[in-house]
Ligand binder design. Structure first.
Ligand code: FAD
Length: 416
């Protein structure tokens, strides 16, 4: 049986491995790290004495590839969330609170009900979303949507920053378009927020590894591929930690590593080279929130350093995206600043509990016009090599949905 070698065990590599295995290939996944999952993983934190995720990850029910992936690995039931489309927010400036509740169908009936909309935003403001459908190639999110009004500040800006992980003045509007079209524009049924009940690894990674192993695939952690040997326009060997791994004449290779590793393994490959950080601050404190926050399990924050607060069992986890501006601040300063927002947002009165600040410096490529130009498709000039990763040309920003689609696209290069 011809083999498929998948380099990189993040979501893109795992999605490729699922498709290749399903298509009847004998698959081996080589992952450099001690565990699978890459930028989407859980681990035991010794300081906090509990398991945490590297960062909070939110999916929406309209993320069709992610939903199909969860279904395939039998992990749909491991995902939690409110079960309906709802997004609670607080504006720290005036303390105002509201819950956006899109109605299920495509017709946006919810816009007719003031209580389900963004306070202070007129109905006409929602029409600005339609302008995303006709953006020029290099228009930024701010160019297209920032009219200085409430809808932008209280919904569209936080949505764009979370999805594109890039400041709106530089973020490419045409990368936001498919996100909005596949979720908000489809109505509430496509906007149900979801996140793992337990942890990212328990939902998105471990079940995939189990699925692959049950079908004869070999998934190997701690196996960094240092080099790819090329001859006659194909990969003929991979340099593993224990020496060369032969790549047979009928074998195929999917390279699903981060962009900076990809360009080192395949010299001459043009890839995105600017990144944006994501900051996650995990506080070890039980908090359940009230009303809508308790039901949703998270809260959007306007006007603070904190952007999204997630209530996990025993831990409050805060996400700050497009965080290059903050990344060189000390962990103490960041924790202090974010804790102030948390106490105000959740009405807590207590000193700061044990905290872990996780800085993912290269969380995603910067979703700018320049970087978009540098995203390659899955096909390469080498006959048996395909590329995957959230940084490849998926038409989406760097997200779980994009990573999974990229893995499927790479597998399809070889008929899977
Ligand atoms: C903090 C944070 C929060 C996020 N929040 C969200 C969110 O809310 N919603 C969302 O949709 N997305 C979110 N994302 C983005 C999402 O996590 C990524 O898009 C996705 O995980 C990328 O998967 P990938 O497989 O493309 O890359 P990676 O996860 O980077 O996988 C690449 C793998 O290759 C391995 N590797 C590297 N070099 C080698 C080598 N030489 N040999 C073998 N293996 C190698 C790496 O160890 C890694 O496991 C977030 C990301 C971060 C960092």
């Amino acid at each position: 049986m011809s083999q498929a070698h998948v380099i990189g065990g993040g979501l893109a590599g795992l999605a490729a491995a699922l498709s290749l295995t399903q298509a009847g290939r004998q698959v081996t996944v080589y992952e450099a790290g001690p565990a699978l999952g890459g930028r989407c993983r859980s681990y035991y934190d010794r300081g906090l004495e509990c398991r945490i995720d590297n960062g909070n990850h939110l999916l929406l029910s309209g993320n069709v590839a992610a939903m199909a992936y969860l279904e395939q690995i039998g992990a749909t039931a491991t995902m939690g969330g409110p079960g309906v489309s709802m997004f609670p927010f607080v504006d720290l400036a005036g303390g105002e609170r509201w819950v956006i509740r899109p109605s299920p169908g495509r017709v946006p009936l919810w816009l007719m009900q003031r209580s389900r909309r963004v306070p202070g935003a007129g109905l006409g403001e929602y029409l600005s979303l339609l302008s995303l459908g006709r953006v020029s190639d290099d228009a930024s999110v701010a160019d297209v949507l920032d009219d200085g009004r409430a809808l932008y500040r209280r919904l569209l800006e936080p949505l764009a920053v979370a999805a594109l992980n890039t400041p709106p003045s530089a973020a490419l509007a045409r990368l936001l378009r498919p996100v909005v079209e596949e979720t908000l524009m489809k109505g509430g049924a496509a906007c149900v927020p979801m996140f793992p009940r337990q942890g990212l690894s328990e939902s998105m990674i471990d079940p995939a590894v189990t699925w692959l192993a049950a079908r004869g695939a070999s998934v190997q952690a701690g196996r960094r591929i240092a080099q790819m040997v090329i001859a006659d326009e194909r990969i003929v060997a991979l340099e593993g930690p224990d020496g060369p791994i032969a790549v047979g004449a009928q074998d195929v290779v999917v390279m699903a590593v981060p962009s900076w590793v990809a360009s080192a393994l395949l010299p001459g490959l043009v890839v995105p080279e600017e990144y944006q950080a994501i900051l996650n601050v995990h506080f070890k404190v039980p908090a359940h929130g009230d009303g809508a926050v308790r039901q949703a399990g998270f809260l959007g924050v306007i006007g603070g350093t904190a952007e999204w607060i997630f209530l996990k069992p025993g831990v409050v986890s805060v996400t700050v995206s497009a965080a290059n501006r903050l990344i060189d601040e000390s962990a103490e300063v960041l924790a202090d600043r974010v804790w102030q927002d948390v106490t105000q947002a959740l009405n807590l009165t207590r000193p700061m509990p044990p905290v872990r600040v996780v800085k993912e410096r290269r969380a995603t490529f910067a979703a700018t016009a320049e970087q978009e130009e540098r995203r390659p498709g899955p096909r390469t000039d080498l006959r048996n090599l395909a590329l995957a990763g959230d940084w490849t040309a998926t038409g989406l920003p760097a997200t779980i949905e994009g990573a999974i689609r990229s893995g499927r696209a790479a597998a399809s290069v070889f008929g899977a």
